[in-house]
Design a binder for this molecule. Structure first.
Ligand code: CU
Length: 197
């Protein structure tokens, strides 16, 4: 079962739990921002962090609080350490916590903080090319689509931590991306879980 091609089931997070070879690459320079065409930040980003991985883990997730000045949509994210990055949402469906990809992105209403947090919205980092170590800072590039349809990118430093920053958003939901339980990728879910579609 571990031979399922990741590509074919890019949306299936079960794939994310498959261990993969971890290339021992040096950490990417944290602040080597590819400042290509970046204007002033379009969205305020607070408390950005990603979950540190444990041995054999090939996926993780990043969380943060986004507050947009003007309505727009977070449409994608990427970071060099992940071969595949998706916007996901976890939600209780019946009594099972399920995760689904959000191909439409995450809408941000003007002035309203939107929390990406364990057990809810998150940026799924899959096909990790190396372990994520607590304390390191990953450059994550977020792309937003404005009401005018224009895409704007913004780079965000994401601190790798073992658990959520104190008091923010971790909540107490079981089955989320809470560390230490079950899933390699923090998705403590039964095998074979899929996305709601
Ligand atoms: Cu996910």
């Amino acid at each position: 079962m571990t031979v399922i091609a990741l590509r074919l089931i890019a949306f299936a997070c079960i794939a994310a739990a498959l261990p993969c070879a971890q290339a021992a690459q040096p950490a990417a320079p944290a602040a080597a921002a590819a400042a290509s065409g970046q204007a002033a930040p379009v969205v305020k980003v607070d408390e950005a962090w990603a979950r540190a991985t444990v041995a054999g883990q090939s996926s993780s997730a990043a969380y943060m609080v986004l507050t947009a000045d003007a309505a727009q949509t977070l449409v994608s994210a990427r970071t060099d350490v992940a071969g595949l990055t998706e916007l996901h949402e976890m939600a209780l469906q019946g009594d099972v916590m399920r995760m689904r990809a959000l191909p439409e992105g995450v809408p941000l209403a003007a002035g309203q903080a939107v929390a990406l947090k364990p057990g809810g919205l998150h940026i799924m980092l899959m096909q990790l090319k190396r372990p994520l170590r607590a304390g390191e800072v990953l450059p994550l590039t977020l792309t937003f689509k404005g009401a005018d349809g224009r895409l704007r990118s913004q780079q965000v430093p994401v601190t790798v931590q073992r658990s959520a920053p104190g008091g923010t958003g971790a909540g107490s939901m079981g089955g989320g991306h809470m560390g230490g339980q079950g899933g390699q990728d923090g998705h403590a879910m039964p095998p074979g879980h899929g996305h709601m579609r």
